[in-house]
Write a protein that binds this ligand. Structure first.
Ligand code: HEM
Length: 152
């Protein structure tokens, strides 16, 4: 995939309305030879995932569009939960059963805030040089959670 194609794909994940279409597109845009079981390894397993989440949360906390949401958040606990969640989503076998709707329902998360957070993740994925197919796999799964998180 060209870098330009990937950028178009990545940015299209910001639109919640196309989440379903993204899931349909993923097999076309991913490298067919790569089995989905290899994604966690492509994130660098536990150390790579921890580094990614550190970058991501750093980006979010530096992002004045959304950092106020996290003013009273226990950041180490948030990071630990996100590392487990990515491990779980990407085939690393970590138990994860937090309910995204229950956690976020009283926060008043807007569509714009969700999109800003997705951008911060895309930047972290680029900064950590995660392979494109693995990036797209995670972004599609995060985009699919949008209806559970956006309430406003
Ligand atoms: C797909 C996108 C998202 C995922 C996967 C996600 C995941 C999570 C998880 C796993 C937690 C629990 C952390 C813990 O219990 O310590 C959490 C908490 C939180 N999320 Fe999200 N989240 C997403 C989007 C958002 C957005 C868009 C916002 C607001 C801009 C947001 C704001 C928060 C806040 C403020 C907390 C901390 C709640 C607290 O302090 O107890 N999240 N999120």
């Amino acid at each position: 995939m060209t870098n330009a194609t990937r950028k178009i794909f990545a940015h299209s994940t910001l639109l919640a309305s196309v989440a379903g279409a993204l899931l349909a597109l993923t097999p076309v845009l991913s490298t067919p030879a790569r089995a989905s079981t290899g994604y966690y390894q492509q994130f660098g397993s536990r150390p790579g995932t921890t580094a990614l989440i550190n970058r991501f949360v750093g980006n979010v906390l530096a992002d004045s569009r959304i950092n106020f949401y996290f003013a009273h958040t226990n950041i180490p606990a948030l990071k630990a939960a996100l590392v487990n969640q990515v491990c779980n989503l990407e085939g690393g076998g970590c138990p994860f059963n937090m309910n995204m709707h229950t956690i976020h329902e009283n926060m008043g998360v807007t569509q714009a805030a969700f999109n800003a957070l997705a951008e911060d993740m895309i930047r972290a994925l680029d900064e950590q040089q995660i392979p494109v197919a693995a990036q797209n796999n995670l972004l599609a799964k995060l985009a699919a959670m949008e209806p559970e998180i956006v309430t406003k």
